[in-house]
Design a protein around this ligand. Structure first.
Ligand code: GLN
Length: 472
């Protein structure tokens, strides 16, 4: 029996070839034996209790019994939620996030809380207070799983669960999906509610899904999407049945290749795979056209103004007063704030708070923050214009395969460059998927990214399924 496909497991469960208990014991056992530090929280008794509860429900549910990992950025009622930070090491939410609540109502089993870069800031899952996650693809090579949702990507890749949630602010689902050889989708901003997700950069944060294949991603996305009155940016659209509608016949689809993504310093192994995907799509009947996204080169600097600005504001709440870590060294209130924040946050988070505070300060607000907002609009307009000519855009997901743990730690800019292909879509709020496609020269997985206009996740699944089936 294949333990990698939700679609298949669902039929096995329905035909009673396997029970919910057996299925979850398989994953409990695998998690206990695994050595990649994919989970921050894992409680086997809680899983068994949940299985019992589900077993007593007689009617079928869309994800009944399916083990799902949850990024430890989603608040889970009564279960510690750390955001990978020391400052939230003892934080137990009193409520459930919208997305995980939906997953629970769909009958899934929350198999554990997955590791991440502290407050989802990073591309390596090496800034977590709870240790590094190791990429399961080649454990002897000590590679990063990508980040920030590295624990989720690694858990799915190592077959420790059948799917996992992630969040993507600038690439945190697509980049780790690419590094770990799994499917990762960042939906349109507003498709999945942010309520109960610990905020990083609110105008960019978006929940999404990791899975072993495209069809599973289409099944899972439907379960986490939907309108929520508690999130003022949540969209009130009818959620399509992506899985039912999925169609790998791509004939006549117009695919745009943005010339600005063809950067001179991108390694050949990435360009070769990009070219290969292009040819496959063409062979399948798609029409390939060249497009221009003129302002692409400003995307990374724009992101690294807007995201830290919002982060500095969102993270002001961690002051040691209401919840979370409080420093013991304190003689007065001011000192308490200071020592709590300097002891509770790691270096990358501090760096973002400093940048964000700087670009929002009175003398620099117009020069940096307002300017970045204007450029963001131009980037977004580029995409709108492009989608007048094409149905989807094809790019590499990352400029390299997974790198070694510790490799880019000395220079934050090197780390930020990981997001060069993912950040533009985040700024525009459009959806993007990363599909495992091809291999690097060292036989590591690579990802191909497909982008579409707002709320056209269906075309991502359609083209994704085609590439998945044509990835020899
Ligand atoms: N790597 C990017 C950053 O560090 C994106 C993170 C994310 O999408 N959460 O900000």
């Amino acid at each position: 029996m294949d333990f990698k496909s939700i679609k298949e497991i669902k039929t096995h469960l329905l035909k009673r070839k396997i029970s919910i208990f057996e299925l979850n014991e398989f994953f409990i056992d695998k998690i206990k034996k695994s050595k990649i530090n994919a989970f921050i929280f894992f409680d086997e008794d809680l899983i068994r209790k949940r299985c019992k509860e589900l077993d007593s429900i007689k009617n079928d549910l869309p994800l009944k019994g399916i083990p799902i990992g949850v990024k430890d950025l989603f608040c889970t009622k009564g279960i510690k939620t750390t955001a990978g930070s020391k400052i939230l090491q003892n934080f137990v939410p009193t409520y459930e996030s919208f997305v995980t609540n939906k997953l629970n109502n769909s009958g899934s089993v929350m198999i554990g809380k997955t590791n991440l870069d502290e407050f989802a800031m990073g591309s390596s899952t090496t800034t977590s207070y709870y240790g590094d996650t190791i990429n399961p693809i080649a454990t002897d090579k000590n590679l990063v799983p990508g980040g920030s949702s590295g624990g989720s990507a690694a858990a799915v890749s190592a077959n420790l669960c059948l799917g996992a949630t992630g969040t993507d602010t600038g690439g945190s689902i697509r980049q780790p999906a690419s590094f770990c050889g799994v499917v990762g989708i960042k939906p349109t901003y507003g498709l999945c509610s942010r309520w109960g997700i610990i905020a990083f950069a609110s105008s960019l944060d978006q929940a999404g899904i990791f899975s072993n294949n495209v069809e599973d991603a289409s099944i899972l996305l439907k379960e986490i999407a939907g309108y929520d009155k508690n999130d003022s940016t949540s969209s009130d659209i009818t959620i399509p049945n992506y899985f039912k509608k999925i169609n790998e016949n791509i004939e006549g689809k117009v695919i745009g290749i943005p010339k600005e993504y063809d950067l001179p310093n991108i390694p050949d192994e990435i360009k070769i795979v990009w070219e290969k995907a292009r040819k496959k799509l063409e062979k399948g009947g798609a029409k390939i056209i060249n497009i221009s996204l003129k302002h692409t080169k400003y995307a990374l600097p724009t992101y690294y103004i807007i995201a830290p600005a919002e982060a500095s504001s969102n993270l002001a709440r961690y002051d040691g007063v209401r919840y979370g870590y409080r420093s013991k060294s304190q003689n007065n209130l001011e000192e308490m704030y200071e020592s709590t924040r300097s002891e509770g946050f790691g270096n990358e988070v501090k760096r973002r708070i400093l940048i964000g505070t700087y670009v929002l300060s009175a003398g620099y607000y117009d020069a940096y923050y307002i300017k970045a907002q204007k450029v963001r609009k131009l980037i977004s307009n580029d995409f709108n214009d492009a989608f007048k000519e094409c149905d989807a855009i094809l790019t590499p997901t990352t400029p390299s395969p997974a790198f070694q743990i510790g490799q880019k730690e000395d220079d934050p800019i090197k780390m930020y460059l990981n997001d060069i292909f993912t950040v533009p879509a985040s700024l525009a709020g459009i959806p993007g998927i990363s599909i495992p496609f091809g291999k690097s020269k060292d036989n590591l997985p690579l990802g191909i990214q497909i982008l579409s206009k707002h709320f056209n996740e269906q075309v991502l699944f359609d083209l994704g399924l085609f590439l998945e089936k044509n990835n020899e």
